[in-house]
Write a protein that binds this ligand. Sequence first.
Ligand code: 6PG
Length: 238
Amino acid sequence: MPEILTFDSPLAAAQACGDKILQLIDAARRERGLATLAVSGGHTPRLMFEWMAPRPFDWSGIELFQVDERCVPPDSDQSNYRMMRESLLDAVRIPAKQVHRVDTSLAPADAARTYADEIRGILKVKAGELPVFDVIQLGMGPDGHTASLFPGEPLVQDRAGVTAAVWVEKFKQHRVTLLPGVLQRARHTLSLVTGADKAEALQAVLRGPVDSAQFPIQLVASQAVWYIDGSADAKLQS
Ligand code: 6PG
């Protein structure tokens, strides 16, 4: 059974998740000289990044990646990078070369390939192997999607690839996303899920039958530590 931590508010869940991430990447850096962290976008992580930003944390040796990105300019209000820059990067001293964003100036498929090459390079991935991130932080949509792996997305079955460009019909948007094989290999997976709109999906994901085609976050549900708030937790108790 996954570890589920329920907090009184979205802010408390975000703060706890942010603190855990800092603790885990610090430990990884002490163990291996560097730490690799991939974070999600959307709205939920903003509170977490805003909490992490003023912490007296030394970001040297931390390689920061995106779990997924919308194929929009980095200054678009849809950009996950913009949200991360505004809420975290502009406030912390992390060298630009340690921040690895999806290059959305490229065509989606090229952006995915380029990003995968960057990941392989920094994580020193041997041929035929998959990258192992120290920490991957995920969110979940009300439909049980995670990263940019949405219900019905065939790539939910993929176990060999690193990244891919996907078309998300519901948002009429191309995105670049990490693929299941990478998500499942993380040394630590933290799912930060808050809000009443997630309660229904959370119950299905954590208490219902496993069907990752319908609920892609079930790819990692059992390995993740879940940071949720009371409103997202509402149906779990029933
Ligand atoms: C994205 C995210 C996505 C997100 C969920 C939850 O690009 O949108 O990476 O997987 O985690 O959609 O989004 P909210 O935090 O906005 O609810």
